[in-house]
Design a protein around this ligand. Structure first.
Ligand code: NAD
Length: 258
């Protein structure tokens, strides 16, 4: 019960990692605001949060629309009275070789993965400062931001930006008792990972479901599940993690040694 009765907001919570994070923070005792581009999927996530005995608020919010995000924060305060933690999980990948990548695909990945994430950090931090008492933010980066995978140049660079931004925000907001960290997952069993496998098999042949089965950490003979990433996120959101600040923690089963 690391997050007992805390109020945590998760973006991109309609499927995949965001849903697992919502479940994990509920398991740790938090009430959860679950937001995504469409309402149906977050209503399903909300049911899972409620099944864990916690309250959920499903909301439709595009992280690219700051007014909508601001209104989602208002609804959070109306419903729960405060905001203790924020998880920037919404993210996109558009695969292509660096030579062929379209400018708009580069821009789109930076818009969602970096700019949208930054604006959410800013709005969440303003709310935490206004209400007093501090809070915590966890950004979902990727080990792609450290390693750099083929056919993902923009995604890799956008996640590297998230890693660096996390350090800057941690430094600037420490005096407000807001702790900012990131996690760097490797391959996690989500629709995004299947999408990557589909892109690869369309070009190289083979079955995407078979390829996905091979996308496991070297040191583990199984996939990482979203809720496992979520449990690390829950810890980083808690007061137990106060001495971890501005870090980007690998949650990739040991694949990235730095
Ligand atoms: N799956 C992996 O292997 C993996 C590895 C490392 C990092 N990540 C990161 O984890 C996060 C979640 O990934 P996932 O695998 O669950 O992906 P996913 O594509 O399965 O889910 C992403 C969710 O984000 C939502 N989203 C996208 N754009 C949005 C926007 N503008 N506003 C609000 N919501 C938006 C989508 O609707 C979707 O529900 C992403 O930031 C991703 O880059 C994933």
């Amino acid at each position: 019960m690391l997050l007992k009765d805390k109020v945590i907001f998760v973006t991109g919570a309609g499927q995949g990692m965001g849903r697992g994070i919502a479940q994990a923070v509920a398991e740790a005792g938090a009430h959860v605001v679950v937001s995504d581009l469409r309402l149906g999927p977050v209503q399903e996530t909300a049911r899972l949060v409620e099944a864990a005995g916690r309250r959920a608020l499903p909301l439709m919010a595009d992280v690219l629309d700051s007014q909508v995000v601001q209104s989602a924060i208002r609804q959070t305060i109306e419903t729960f009275g405060r905001l203790d933690g924020w998880v920037n999980n919404a993210g996109v990948v558009k695969m292509d070789s660096a030579l062929d990548m379209a400018e708009e695909d580069w821009g789109f990945q930076f818009e969602v993965n970096v700019q949208g994430l930054f604006v959410c950090c800013q709005l969440a931090a303003r709310q935490m400062m206004a209400q007093g008492g501090g809070g915590a933010i966890v950004n979902i980066a990727s080990n792609a931001g450290k390693v750099g995978y083929r056919n993902m140049a923009a995604y890799n660079a956008s996640k590297a930006a998230v890693i660096n931004l996390t350090r800057s925000l941690s430094l600037e907001w420490a005096e407000h008792n807001i702790n900012v960290n990131a996690v760097c997952p490797g391959g996690v069993d989500t629709p995004m990972l299947l999408g990557v496998a589909e892109w690869l098999t369309q070009r190289l042949g083979g079955d995407p479901h078979e390829l996905v089965k091979t996308m496991k950490p070297n040191q583990m003979n199984r996939h990482i599940q979203p809720i496992e990433v979520g449990r690390v996120v829950a810890f980083l959101l808690s007061e137990q993690a106060t001495i971890i600040r501005g870090q980007s923690i690998n949650v990739d089963g040991g694949d990235t040694p730095y």
